[in-house]
Write a protein that binds this ligand. Structure first.
Ligand code: GLC
Length: 428
């Protein structure tokens, strides 16, 4: 039986909510195949065939300092990297398996990111498509109908959970203070084709984690409601953030890709534009969440040109606009967002940040703000935005008619040359 939410201890979420923006890295053998990190499942590649790719994993251009600099320049404050993905191949040095990289890449990455002042966390897959004791289920590459149950006769899931705990212990003792542990994922089902808390022995796992690193932040994917420190919606932004039954905002982090795949995918063409990426970041923060944005490094160990260009574009915007991201959250409900705009709000400074997704002509009307604003400026250059409150009624030939609670900003005819303009509003 899962306990009630309140009974689980929690880690330290303060730094994380202030940070708002992190880098996810999916790097493993799948980068050699270059066709999505689920390629082993999608193409039903048996473990003994898939493992041969080890020979061709040669990251000769691996440069973790460069990765860390790129993350930092993009404005990211923390890292979550795959120590092991569903394929089972370990990117860290584990005593408990030979199915691992020739170098401890995880250690080198952790050192490099810390040196840039970023926090670090591990992604660890609960699934394992290589471990001989992991019981075959609906996602396993050996899942065949009928016959999969028979394949399971030699498999003892308890031996696998023991292995998981040993590896989690390694990850949480050999690398210093770890800020986040990101488990992936649960898919319980009654007919035995899925897996959930019993299959992972989640309670035991949780106890181990909290005993080793009490402050660590844990995601919500081990099928123990209330045990996670944050929720992890994938590739979407919840319309009003995520809330409890009383309407209070809960901590959450959306994870997103540049192009749909998490692992390096050479032929994937649906890359988001800089505008897509920056509005995506704002969308998360404006609904009270964090964004964990993923890079899938190549098999030779570098971020490909598309990823680099995307990070640079975000960095160019963040250089001038990060105050509307760090420490910000959803705006008080009394201020409704004008069309094609998003607010973020810094509860400490009491400032409101208005993000303009399209450029209005001259007037921008802000409901509920008449009489409440002492100054407004562009965030990128600090220059004043003139305002009228409220604009005279009825229609003049240079004035729009608006309600008496409306503050009107008077904008220049041409948008500033930044990807998403932001107006910083100083409330009285
Ligand atoms: C999914 C996928 C996985 C990816 C993860 C990131 O659940 O299984 O490949 O690592 O999402 O959130």
């Amino acid at each position: 039986m899962a306990k009630k939410a309140a009974q689980y201890p929690h880690g330290d979420r303060t730094w994380w909510q202030e940070a708002r923006f992190g880098m996810f890295i999916h790097w493993g053998l799948y980068s050699v195949l270059g066709r999505h990190e689920w390629v082993q499942n999608r193409e039903s590649i048996p473990p003994e065939v898939y493992e041969k790719y080890q020979e061709f994993f040669e990251p000769d251009l691996f440069n973790p300092q460069e990765w860390a600099r790129m993350a930092k320049n993009a404005g990211m404050k923390y890292l979550v990297i795959t120590a092991k993905h569903h394929e089972g191949f370990c990117m860290f040095d584990s005593k408990y398996t030979d199915y691992k990289a020739r170098r401890d890449y995880i250690r080198e990455v952790v050192d490099a990111y810390r040196a840039e002042g970023l926090r670090v966390g591990f992604y660890y897959s609960l699934l394992d498509w290589h471990h001989p004791q992991f019981r075959i289920d609906c996602f396993h590459p050996l899942y065949v109908k009928p016959g999969w149950e028979q394949l399971n006769q030699q498999r003892d899931q308890k031996k696998y959970t023991e292995y998981m705990r040993q590896q989690v212990r390694e990850l949480l003792t050999n690398y210093g203070k770890i800020d986040i542990l990101w488990f992936d994922f649960s898919y319980p089902s009654k007919d035995g084709t899925g897996k959930g808390r019993e299959d992972w022995e989640s309670e035991k796992l949780l106890k181990l984690i909290r005993s080793l690193q009490p402050d660590i932040l844990l995601d919500d994917r081990m099928d123990l409601p209330g045990a996670g420190d944050f929720q992890s919606p994938e590739q979407y932004v919840p319309a009003r953030g995520i809330r409890d039954e009383n309407g209070a905002l809960l901590p959450w982090e959306g994870c997103q890709t540049f192009s749909g795949s998490w692992g390096y995918h050479r032929d994937e063409q649906t890359w988001k534009t800089p505008h897509d990426l920056i509005t995506m970041l704002v969308n998360h923060v404006s609904r009270g969440g964090n964004l964990l944005l993923n890079v899938g490094p190549t098999a030779r160990g570098y971020f490909d040109q598309r990823a680099q260009a995307s990070l640079e574009a975000i960095g160019a915007w963040m250089k001038f606009h990060s105050p509307s991201i760090y420490g910000c959250t959803i705006a008080p409900e009394e201020y409704p967002e004008p069309e094609h705009c998003r607010y973020t709000y810094n509860p400490v400074t009491g400032r409101l940040f208005l993000h303009l997704y399209s450029w209005p002509q001259k007037f921008l009307h802000l409901p509920q703000l008449a009489g409440k604003v002492k100054f407004a400026r562009f965030l990128h250059d600090g220059s004043e935005i003139l305002r009228k409150e409220p604009v005279a009624l009825p229609h003049g030939h240079m004035n729009a008619a608006v309600g008496s609670d409306v503050l009107t900003l008077i904008l220049p005819p041409v948008a500033p040359k930044v990807e998403v303009p932001v107006i910083e509003i100083f409330l009285n």
